[in-house]
Design a protein. Sequence first.
Length: 453
Amino acid sequence: MSPSHELAQLSRKTCAFLVVVFVLFNLFAVVRALPVNSQLSENREANRGTYNRNVYRVFRLAKGQAEQPFFDVKNHGIFFDRNPGLFMFAAELFVRAGATTPFPNQLFAILLWNIGLVLLFLWLLKLFRSELVAAAGLGFLLTTPFLLFYSSSIHHEPWCFCFFNLTFYCFVRYLQQDKSRTWLVATCIAYFLLCQSYWFYYMSAGILIVALQVRARSFSLRDTLILACVPVLATLTTFLQVAYALDGVDNALFRMKDIAAARTLDMRIEHSEWYPDRKFVQPYHIHRYPITVMERIELVSGYDVTTFGTMLFASAALAGRQVWRRLPWMLLVIFAGMCWHLVMIQHTVIHRFAGMYGWFMWVLIVAVFVSELQRAVQPSRVRLVAAAFAIPFAIYALQREYVPYLTTYLKNAQLIASQPPKPGASEPPKKEKKRETSGKTSADTLSAGDMKE
């Protein structure tokens, strides 16, 4: 059954819900992406990653590449000569096609978010076999600062999100359709594209693949090893691209070792080029690291970690004696959601927005809670009980994220439309550019010039 047929079979209430949330999200995302809104302080929130970092810096790098003949550029598909960057290649192609601002690319990024959201809904629907659970997971994510802040980014976020959900849509189909080889191949292709978008989900996606097999009670070492080959192949592909861009394997090995040592335990190899005389992780950072991780998660999810813990506890209580049969896979989900922070310690300390890489963990915690609630409550009262939980969350999220920001974006667009255009209105403020090109950087937003992404 194709995704379109799956959507066509949804109930009218679920369809109405999807229409409302997608209209609201796209209105927010498109208005926020308008060039006239790029200079607003809401779009330069340093905690989550500035607008300049996620849009204008990528666009400037793409312009630099597009000014050269296509075959003279050696780093089409990598970012800062060390990171897989499918988004960077796409940005370059937009400029080569004639784009003079990042806005066309931003609209494409919004399309990627939409595709990813539909796929997320569908694989949750397949996994839990419940429209209510799938709607709850999707609805929750649409209330998070993570999704809304990065809704018009042309950095890795929309690409990773789209291919992550494509990977798990294919894999859930594989698990539930007699392990058809077609869906396994599709999972491998989607996983490879995810890995080519950035480093962040190499390990977490692999762990989640194991978690879903545990949940389905159909763990296969053969399938796991086949899928484990995907990030290995993607790493090799990226390494070869870096070697080509840096004119040699030795240079590529040095670059990869340099950033790996720095990003994990803040170590420096001999002749390091990544802040060789500066340490970001001090003893007090290690002592308070669990608190740091909590702060990172809470910043981009918009909810206290205790809220997720409460949902997990409530899910276990509702499962009762069946808890060890129904919920052990969630331990792997939590491991998958936290693995980036367990390995990339320095990166987590430096970047306050690092909590975004476990977004699927938040969604699955909410989905499991609603699933257990649905199982425990009488069918005739399920929707009433779900509404009792959902409405306060929705009101809270609307007044926190949508209402103030959307109002600001709309008012600013109307104000600018009534005034004559100002020179450089579509560019970020001069202050942003100065900070971008200087050698000095903050601990949360590192400069492109120094290749400290």
